[in-house]
Design a protein around this ligand. Structure first.
Ligand code: ADP
Ligand code: MG
Ligand code: MG
Length: 882
């Protein structure tokens, strides 16, 4: 095997398609080099070395040392330097880089190769001792921290102390001698902390750093991140070793990060931050406030520091040229890292930039508009689940806001919640069902779980590219970063700003759209679904082959779903209608009745309500199919709670004793598997008859007013054998005939069944003899196939997914291997008997993108999901059809 791939000087042994082997960073460094862009030369140690390392008890492949030496030699030739040389030393950075960019991996070490001898050579060669010692002190702190594990603050304290003693405030005010002095202190700190001298041998430094990168692949932070993002440990990380270019060589040098389009809004404009006379980590660390890249951005931000466009026009011009080229080449928005050394621009990284859902939409639509990608590609560019962000509320502009501070609008959307100051509390509050805003001075990878648990994140330090901002955008959580006027006191658990002091547990609102921090809760507005959203949805609908329906029973939900593009109702749960207003009284009378006569009398009171419900739904969904499920839950769910019995008895005049005894009779130890579903219709056919009458009468009535044909689909729940369906269907058909007779209008209708029990799936061929459609009720089908009650699964399911026993929560994403197998089998067997059998899914899974893709594979006609997930399902269905 070949373990090392070189790049630089307009060529490379790798390319961007080799990301699995070279990691994302290495593959793109190679690609940029191949494109002839100015990339400092270097080489990538492959991810296979990482895998080898862990498979062989932390040993490297025997050829590695030779390959690294040769590659280092080649880099030296290109730069006219040699690693460890006492006159013209080559300095390198050591950078980790997995296939997917991954927080938790080892931080980059810069300026590696410096020691007491090479630092003198560097000073002489550059003619700038201050620069050389500045680089050396950076190297000692970084290496000691990242590779040797000495706490960063130990060095920080020494530095602060020194600055105080000299009356200095900024690092840039320190002279060569100052740094020299501090380097002596730093070395003493290392000796004190580790009992050993700071390594002077460049080879030892290099291999120490390489080992630290591979070691970091299995550290707890990286493991946690992989667990959260389903990244297999077997992927491994690559190591990039690259010749240094220096952004800290004075006023003509700088370092920065830039996006080719705005990652928050998607606007087509170079966007980013840079710092003069600085090295990489300074921008992200928030030690100094970064400057704007373009003059337009500077004017907008009102910064008094010059933009890169003004301060370094040539390097800026080069950046503009390169960013255009990179976008054309990658055909996507790029996130770039660069350094300017004495006026010359060097590219250090590019990748497809992370972006908010709003930006993703706009960028996809605009790239298609520019002809860079097709409509189909645009459809594939937006993560369906991320649309959720756009469907979230924003602050009502008319609402009064008590703004206590303003930070940076780091990730859009607004959120309210109780203040918590650490991730543990955020997680605990979330578990207790409370909404929180995580407030931190700044976040680090250790806060990922807290950020997950919070509604939104507020930091007092850090820019638009700080950890909090980047991670929040990725998660789709609102974030305000760098609200510098707020003082956070972790110990006292308070935040203070102006005259206001707020304690943990008090409520705040953050507005990620403008960076505002607001005291208390504020009224929110529903999102707007026009513009880019609408455009992309049209393109998605052009690609899509499955229909998307909604689960809805109220006019409000049905209307919302139609707005979101639902193509009918896939599940109307009639029992929800039984709780409305005073209907529940009639329902209870029906349940308490001694015989069919009594039940009929009570049901007759319900009929007009039920009919009116259906008229409204049919009218809203006019021209679209509406699937109505007959009463499903066990009857005791409609009875009063034990403590309400007396009041209910008094109100209705029903005897309390009788109520209690009927409640006892109906009690079930396992209601999920009890007297429910079609079992109700078989024992009490009059319930199904009332519902069928309401459906058909409503169809006649709505048909008259809307003029469009109404095609009700009557759905029988919890069937496990054809005989059940036949019995209920006979009643429905009879009622349809009766209503046609009475009204003189025949409505077209279908009768079908849910497939939500394993036996029903197995007997699908039989059942399809009577059913005109199947709707997979995958909630119950999951419960009954896995033998897991959804309500009780919380205690152990988490462990199951963590241990990899199940790949995902089967109630969120369909268990494709098990439940999915039953769906497939039922679809095949059903269609084998009835070619045109209509197939749909109405479980929670209908709005889960992975499950939607599975439905496409099985050949379902439609998915049905809750109204707010309809756009997600539309896009997911389109992507499944790509
Ligand atoms: P991360 O993955 O955390 O972004 P990188 O490996 O990209 O880490 O390094 C962070 C920063 O370090 C870069 O953005 C760049 O500014 C600086 N850096 C890395 N390698 C070099 C180099 N060879 N020369 C100069 N600066 C570098
Ligand atoms: Mg980087
Ligand atoms: Mg069910």
């Amino acid at each position: 095997a070949k373990w090392v791939y070189t790049f630089g000087d307009g060529r490379a042994e790798g390319q961007s398609s080799m990301r699995n082997l070279l990691g994302g960073k290495g593959a793109n460094l190679a690609e940029m080099s191949n494109l002839g862009l100015p990339v400092p030369p270097g080489f990538t140690i492959t991810t296979e070395v990482c895998t080898y390392y862990y498979d062989h008890g932390n040993q490297y492949p025997p050829e590695l040392e030779g390959e690294v030496a040769a590659a280092l030699e080649a880099v030296g030739t290109l730069t006219g330097r040699r690693f460890g040389d006492a006159t013209l030393p080559l300095l390198v950075s050591v950078r980790s880089g997995a296939r997917a960019s991954m927080p938790g991996m080892m931080d980059t070490v810069l300026n590696l190769g410096l020691n007491d001898a090479t630092v003198e050579a560097l000073a002489k060669d550059a003619g700038d001792p201050r620069f050389a010692y500045d680089s050396y002190r950076r190297f000692i702190t970084m290496y000691s921290n990242v590779v040797l594990g000495v706490e960063h603050h130990t060095f920080e304290e020494a530095l602060e102390h020194y600055k105080d003693s000299k009356g200095l405030t900024l690092d840039t005010e320190l002279s060569a001698d100052d740094w020299k002095h501090l380097i002596g202190q730093y070395k003493a700190i290392v000796k004190r902390e580790l009992g050993e001298d700071f390594p002077q041998d460049p080879q030892a430094q290099l291999w120490g750093a390489i080992g630290a990168v591979f070691g970091s692949w299995m550290n707890p932070r990286a493991n946690k991140y992989r667990e959260l993002h389903n990244i297999p440990a077997s992927w491994g990380t690559a190591v990039n070793v690259q010749a240094m270019v220096f952004g800290n060589m004075g006023e003509t040098s700088a370092t920065g990060v830039a996006f080719t389009r705005n990652p928050s809004t998607g606007e087509k404009a170079l966007y980013g931050e840079f710092l003069i006379n600085a090295q990489g980590e300074d921008v992200v660390a928030g030690i100094r406030t970064p400057q704007d890249i373009t003059e337009a951005a500077r004017i907008e931000s009102g910064s008094d520091k010059p933009s890169m466009e003004r301060a370094m026009p040539e390097a800026y011009g080069e950046l503009v040229r390169i960013y255009g080229l990179l976008e054309q080449h990658y055909r996507d928005m790029q996130d770039m890292e660069f350094t300017v050394e004495k006026g010359k621009l060097w590219m250090l990284q590019t990748r497809n930039g992370k972006r908010t859902a709003k930006a993703a939409l706009r960028i996809a639509v605009e790239l298609a508009g520019e002809g860079l990608i097709t409509h189909r590609e645009a459809v594939g560019r937006v993560e369906p689940a991320s649309l959720d962000q756009l469907l979230h509320p924003t602050i009502d502009p008319k609402a009064e806001r008590k703004v206590i501070a303003t930070g940076l609008p780091a990730s859009p959307g607004a959120a309210s919640g109780e203040i918590v100051f650490n991730s543990e509390e955020a997680e605990a509050a979330r578990k207790a069902g409370r909404k929180v805003i995580l407030v931190r001075i700044e976040t680090s990878p250790e806060d990922i779980h807290g950020m997950h648990a919070a509604e939104g994140i507020l930091t007092t330090r850090g820019g638009m590219t700080s950890h909090a901002a980047v991670v929040a955008r990725g998660m789709g959580k609102p974030c305000v970063s760098g609200a510098g006027s707020i003082r956070v006191d972790y110990a006292a658990r308070t935040l203070t700003v102006g005259g206001v002091s707020l304690k943990a547990g008090e409520r705040i609102t953050i507005d990620g759209a403008n960076g505002q921090v607001i005291q208390g809760e504020v009224a929110m507005l529903e999102p707007e679904l026009s513009g880019d959203f609408a455009t992309l949805m049209v393109w998605a609908d052009e690609v899509r082959t499955m229909k998307v329906r909604t689960n809805a029973e109220t006019p409000k939900d049905a209307r919302a779903a139609r707005n979101y593009g639902a193509e009918g109702i896939g599940l109307c749960r009639t029992e929800h209608m039984f709780f409305e207003g005073n209907r529940i009284t009639a329902v209870r009378e029906m349940i308490l009745a001694d015989d069919a006569e009594g039940r009929r009398a009570a049901l007759a009171k319900l009929l007009p309500y039920q009919r009116q419900d259906f008229v409204e739904l049919f009218t809203i969904m006019s021209g679209l199919p509406v699937t109505i499920r007959l009463l499903d839950p066990p009857l005791h769910e409609f009875l009063p709670k034990p403590e309400e019995v007396e009041a209910f008895a008094a109100e209705t005049g029903l005897p309390a004793d009788k109520l209690r005894s009927r409640m006892n009779e109906l009690h079930e130890s396992n209601p999920m598997l009890g007297f429910r579903g079609c079992r109700l219709a078989i024992l009490y056919p009059e319930i199904a008859e009332m519902q069928a009458r309401a459906i058909f009468e409503a169809a006649v009535e709505a048909g008259k007013t809307t003029g469009a044909p109404i095609i009700p689909e009557v759905m029988v729940p919890l069937v496990f054998t054809r005989a059940e369906l036949d019995l209920v269907k006979a009643r429905i058909d009879a009622m349809a005939a009766a209503v046609a007779e009475e009204t003189g209008t025949r409505v077209e209708y279908q009768v079908g069944t849910m497939i939500e029990l394993p036996r029903a799936a197995l007997k699908a061929a039989d059942i399809a003899g009577s059913a005109e459609f199947f709707s997979f009720g995958t909630n119950d089908l999951t419960q009954t196939t896995l033998g897991i009650s959804r309500d009780d699964a919380g205690t152990f399911l988490g462990t199951y997914t963590k241990k990899g026993i199940l790949p995902a929560d089967p109630f969120v994403s369909i268990d494709q291997e098990g439940v999915g197998e039953l769906v497939k089998l039922a679809a095949e067997r059903g269609r084998g008997v009835r070619a045109g059998l209509k197939l749909g899914i109405c479980g929670e899974h209908g709005g889960d993108p992975d499950s939607v893709a599975f439905c496409q594979e099985v050949g379902l006609d439609y998915v049905s999901c809750s109204p707010f997930r309809v756009p997600i399902a539309r896009l997911a269905a389109a992507q499944a059809a790509l």
